[in-house]
Structure formats: structure tokens, C-alpha cells
Design a protein around this ligand. Structure first.
Ligand SMILES: Cc1ncc(COP(=O)(O)O)c(C=O)c1O
Length: 366
């Protein structure tokens, strides 16, 4: 059988594994930070309607610039952050992963470096590798917050072209303070872009950092409909930044990258923003309940600003992960020493997880 190594693949891809959490058939799946609530039926019907309209024109290429969708995304951002955003400042693609990839294609590439603060979203270095961008990892403090003087030092040493700040951070869950982003932006200078990955910002106790794009052309905020909109299957991510950044990604995007079906579905979901944001409120309340219960049980819980919770401390996190899995609950071992991560589910799913966590306490005494 032919293997990858028999093929003339790029050297930096040899021996590597593709990204992916285990997809196991388990009753309670709390491992990929999805929204546990299916889209409401009236929205499903509205999607069918809008997709049918789009289908009547599928012989034609879609709106290459997705202007209607970008206008509605800009309206959503303006409404929810109180900061006026126009469609010229917004760009959309197939999931924020594609947005981030396009940004690396435009601002990274051979001979350039991207820098992130790990542990963080593991796709950032993988996207760097895929775009032939160097990767530098700078550490966080023991409580997983950004070590700002250390971060500034790392930026001065490595002179990256791209800096990733994830807020709230995945997998640790904590948000980044406005002044910390500003300090890093200053340090990065005009030769770098700073990407604030806000995939989970709607779940945060604090506010979005979106307003920071004003007067800062090298600052980019990346967002997604996968989490707060409960539409991970849709594949729709977007960014807000100076219109010049939108011009730059248009140099690397594939023509017609965003299908008419995707655009129609996203527009339907945006019509239901208020309903979908109510689920976000429920999930935030559930998150706070699970944090309180875990803390009460004596676990060490990292500040949780997203729809997931990092907890520990375990001598052997993988053994604890397996123990919880054996009780029908799939969570995530992200490889962070001593810690595991659970995505907040429905109240029933969270109860099943908490039952398993109580048993963990007895068995492992974490
Ligand atoms: C921090 C962060 N950014 C981006 C993404 C990508 O989301 P999507 O491509 O579904 O928009 C994720 C997904 O888990 C994430 O955790």
C-alpha cells in the first residue's frame, strides 16, 4: 500500500497527523465546544426557504463578495458591541478556520513567522504549517493568563508577521484584558498583524475587543457562527478589521469560495439572532453552575469565559479522561499538563458529567 511517505509531499508535512478530536459514539459528547442546542424549527424552515431561493440560481456562481451577508454580519456586530461596523470592514469565509488561513496566506508565508501563546487553539500552528509560515510559541503564566512582559519580549525577539491572541482562549477558557491586547499591539508594530480570535466571545463575562479595530489597521478580530449561533455544521466564520485587511484577503481567497447555499443559510440564521442568543444566555448560566459545582468539589477550575471549562489538577489526565468516558461522557484531553476540558452541554448532559466528576473525586482524589 502506498503511504504519504512514498509521495513527494512537502518535507514539513512528513510524519504529521491531521487535526481532529476523536469522534466516538458516546451518549454524552462534550468534547468539541459545540452548542448542544439544535437550531429551532422555525429557523430550520426559514433556512429551507432561503436555500430553495438560492437553488433556483445555482446555475450561476454566487455573489463572490458576499455583500448582503457581510452587511448583515456588520449589523450584528454593531448591534451586539455598540461599535459601528460597516460591511467594508467585514469579510466572511467557510468557518473562521478559513478566515485564519486566508490571513496567514496574506500576511504569513515562507520566511515569515507567526507567534501564539500556548496552550491555545491547536489549529493556529497547523494553519501556519500549511501556509509555510514559521511558528513560535510563547508561554503563559501558571494560571494560563498572558504573561505580558514575557509576551512583549517574545515579540521583540522573534519579530513575527502575525500574532495570535485568543480571547476567550481555547482550551483554557480565560479572556484577555483590553490593555494586554494593546500592549502586544504596540510591541508588534506596523510590520505585523495582530489577530484576536474571538470564536467564543459571546459567552464571555466581559465585552468583545472589537472596538479596538478603530484606528488600528493592523488589528483583526476573527469571529464564527459555529458557537454562539449553534451552527458549527454551516461553516461560516468572519473577521472585522480595517477595509485594507479585507482588500488583502481578497488577493488570496479562491474565487466564489463561499457557496450560495452557505450564504443563504447564514442569512437565515442571522434573522434569528435574538432567539439564538437566548441559548447563549442559558449556556452561560449552565457554565457558571458547572464551575460552581466543580469548585465546590475541590477541583482547580480555570477562569471560564467561554462555553467550556478547563479543570484539574490530575497526575494522569488521560486516565481521568478514560474514566469519565467509561461513564458515557466524552470530554477532551488537549494535552495541557494536569488538565482536562469539558464543553458545556444541556443541563442533563452537564449533570451526567458532574456525576462522573464526583466519582473522579473519589477514585483519583484530584
Ligand atoms: C479559538 C478557535 N478559533 C477558531 C475556531 C474555528 O471555528 P470555525 O472554523 O468552526 O469557525 C475554533 C473552533 O473550535 C476555536 O476554538
Amino acid at each position: 500500500m502506498t503511504s504519504i511517505d512514498d509521495l513527494p509531499v512537502r518535507d514539513e508535512l512528513r510524519g504529521k497527523s491531521p487535526y481532529g478530536a476523536p469522534q466516538l459514539d458516546v451518549a454524552v459528547r462534550l468534547n468539541t465546544n459545540e452548542n448542544p442546542y439544535p437550531l429551532p424549527e422555525p429557523l430550520v424552515a426559514r433556512i429551507a426557504e432561503r436555500v430553495a431561493d438560492a437553488a433556483r440560481n445555482l446555475n450561476r456562481y454566487p455573489d463572490r463578495d458576499a455583500v448582503e451577508l457581510r452587511t448583515e454580519l456588520a449589523r450584528y456586530l454593531t448591534r451586539t458591541t455598540g461599535h459601528e461596523v460597516t460591511y467594508e470592514q467585514v469579510w466572511a469565509a467557510n468557518g473562521s478556520n478559513e478566515v485564519l488561513q486566508q490571513l496567514l496566506q496574506a500576511f504569513g508565508g515562507p520566511g515569515r513567522t507567526a507567534l501564539g501563546f500556548e496552550p491555545s487553539y491547536s489549529m493556529h500552528p497547523l494553519l501556519a504549517r500549511g501556509t509555510n509560515t514559521g511558528w513560535v510559541s510563547a508561554p503563559r503564566r501558571d494560571d494560563f493568563s498572558l504573561d505580558v512582559p514575557g509576551a512583549v519580549e517574545a515579540i521583540r525577539t522573534h519579530r513575527p508577521s502575525v500574532v495570535f491572541i485568543t480571547s476567550p482562549n481555547n482550551p483554557t477558557g480565560n479572556a484577555v484584558a483590553r490593555e494586554d491586547v494593546l500592549a502586544l499591539y504596540e510591541a508588534a508594530g506596523r510590520d505585523a498583524v495582530v489577530i484576536v480570535d474571538e470564536a467564543y466571545t459571546e459567552f464571555s463575562h466581559g465585552s468583545s475587543l472589537l472596538e479596538l479595530i478603530e484606528g488600528r489597521p493592523n488589528l483583526i478580530v476573527s469571529r464564527t457562527m459555529s458557537k454562539a449561533f449553534g451552527a458549527a455544521g454551516l461553516r461560516l466564520g468572519y473577521l472585522a478589521a480595517d477595509p485594507a485587511v479585507v482588500d488583502a484577503v481578497q488577493l488570496v481567497r479562491l474565487p466564489y469560495h463561499l457557496s450560495a447555499v452557505n450564504q443563504a443559510t447564514a442569512l437565515a440564521a442571522l434573522e434569528y439572532t435574538d432567539t439564538l442568543l437566548q441559548y447563549v444566555e442559558q449556556l452561560k448560566a449552565e457554565r457558571d453552575r458547572v464551575v460552581a459545582e466543580l469548585t465546590g468539589l475541590g477541583f482547580d477550575v480555570t477562569v471560564a469565559d467561554a462555553n467550556f471549562i478547563q479543570f484539574g489538577v490530575f497526575e494522569d489526565p488521560h486516565a481521568v479522561w478514560r474514566f469519565i468516558l467509561d461513564r458515557g461522557v466524552l470530554i477532551r484531553d488537549n494535552g495541557v499538563p494536569g488538565r482536562l476540558r469539558m464543553s458545556v452541554g444541556t443541563p442533563e448532559e452537564n449533570d451526567a458529567f458532574l456525576d462522573a466528576a464526583r466519582e473522579v473525586k473519589k477514585e483519583f482524589g484530584a
